[in-house]
Design a protein around this ligand. Sequence first.
Ligand code: ADP
Ligand code: MG
Length: 320
Amino acid sequence: MSGHEVLTLSSVSKAYGGRASLIEKLFGRQPKSLQAVREVSFTIRKGEVMGLVGESGCGKSTIARIAAGLMAPTGGEIGRAEKTRQQMIFQDPFSSLNPRWRVHDIVAEPIRTHRLRPKNAVSARVGELLTQVGLSEADGAKFPQAFSGGQRQRISIARALAGEPDFLILDEPTSALDVSVQAQILDLLRDLQARLHLTSLFITHNLPVVRLMADRIGVVYLGELVELAPTDAIFRRPRHPYTRLLIDAAPDLDAKDRSLHPIPGELPDPSDPPSGCVFRTRCPFATEKCAAERPLLRQIGAGEVRCHYDLDLTGRELAA
Ligand SMILES: Nc1ncnc2c1ncn2[C@@H]1O[C@H](COP(=O)(O)OP(=O)(O)O)[C@@H](O)[C@H]1O
Ligand SMILES: [Mg+2]
């Protein structure tokens, strides 16, 4: 890896062993295994925000956990720049903060663990971080229960920054928040991004959110990366039909309805994916070849696309 790359995933896959259902236990059947992520490759370069977007259940959190080193892939390889300090921000600001700790200690923990400041400077640093995320130094004395969802996510961000990360992984950081609160947190993240030059992996099911946040976007469908391109290229000229459908169906950033299944058709059972191209059962352009052959991720234009065809989808609304 060169000095400009923070993280590289090379053909990373993850199969879950499958949890036995009650029926399976009763009849002694083997639980089905599930290929949650299949041969996903991408590189994150220093200073960029790489976005991942896709419907619920497509494997985003699995990729996040693998990228964070919290889970081993069942296939493929991961390359990490040496001495990368990483921090993760999760979706649920209620379960991710220890309710028995005061906010001060929650934020101080990474500083103490990594000995980032002398003991007598920790409190001042915590106060500085709380201020940086729009809270006050006095908030440090309170417990997480005293705060709203948006404020708790600010605490999570302060804690992540306390670890002085070179690399931040954010898994649906605003998906649990009200629309107006989401906008405030996204503003804060953009501001911190610009000031601290953070490198990050930003994951969401919400296309307008990832458009706002990311320099490059990877579109994930049923565990596969189907398109990966710079953000402007994705919107100017989407090349995968799934990307086009997501764009057509995307609500405005401030829309109240944030449906998890924005496009027509049913998501296939991930334990029994379609043959050939995983998207073919919902694709308006599918041919016999799509059922027979799995397309490779190939370089077209400014990005990479997993489709047999080089479709011009510019300005074409596919959604009925
Ligand atoms: N620990 C697990 N054991 C078995 N299956 C899992 C586990 N975690 C996730 N899955 C399954 O893997 C698929 C991808 O899940 P996930 O990575 O959480 O997707 P996303 O974050 O995009 O919603 C889903 O079908 C989900 O049900
Ligand atoms: Mg998830």
